[in-house]
Design a protein around this ligand. Sequence first.
Ligand code: PAF
Length: 239
Amino acid sequence: MIKNGSTKVRNKYGFSRLFVFKSLILPRFTRFAAYLMRIFQEVGPLKNYLNHQRSQGKSIGLVPTMGALHMGHMALLKEAKHQNDLVICSIYVNPIQFNNPSDFKKYPRDFDDDYEILRSWDCDGAFVPNDKDIYPNPPSIQLSFGNFENQMEATHRPGHFNGVGLVVIKLLNLLKPNTAYFGQKDWQQYIIIRQLIKELFMEVEVKWVSTQREPTGLAVSSRNKRLSKVQKDRANIFY
Ligand code: PAF
């Protein structure tokens, strides 16, 4: 190190420490920080982190998922990244929205892949709670959506929308995001969530992101992983 006339400390090549820090160390550190996306398994540390970010005026986007992330989730993440300072993706396979235990058991779960996807999208944090965090006690509340329960998906999945509604309220109340992102693919789910938020005066904006499709037109879905080639070809009929 040499000292020149000014007070700046320079190395033998004449670069100031500030220059070396800003141009060489900081970008590497930022990349490293992105590489180490935050993973929260408990509610307490996540709430502390989000309170701190909120106190700095940062807006928070939440992408609630059940994992097995795909192009559809990526579209949600992309929109959330554009519109918020900070994006959290929750990954929780919510047991009470499955009316069929075998569907719950077989639901695809691959956290390593999910983590890579979230990291590549510069997601700021993943919330991966366990059942005790979300349901410290068995839920004593039942949601009912009137006539909506006698239509479309609800008729085939008794109790499903009660489970979806409860977990979404819990996630929104715990994380208090400014905006939450849901896919258009689950249309009935979206309508129910919108209704809950309106009726319960919840202070969150909901964004509805368009369905992502495979080249055949089939809507991309985590459950497609469970379809054989023949079943997948047959499923195209929905499009
Ligand atoms: O659409 C989903 O992935 C789930 O129903 C949701 C909204 C994350 C609730 O578990």
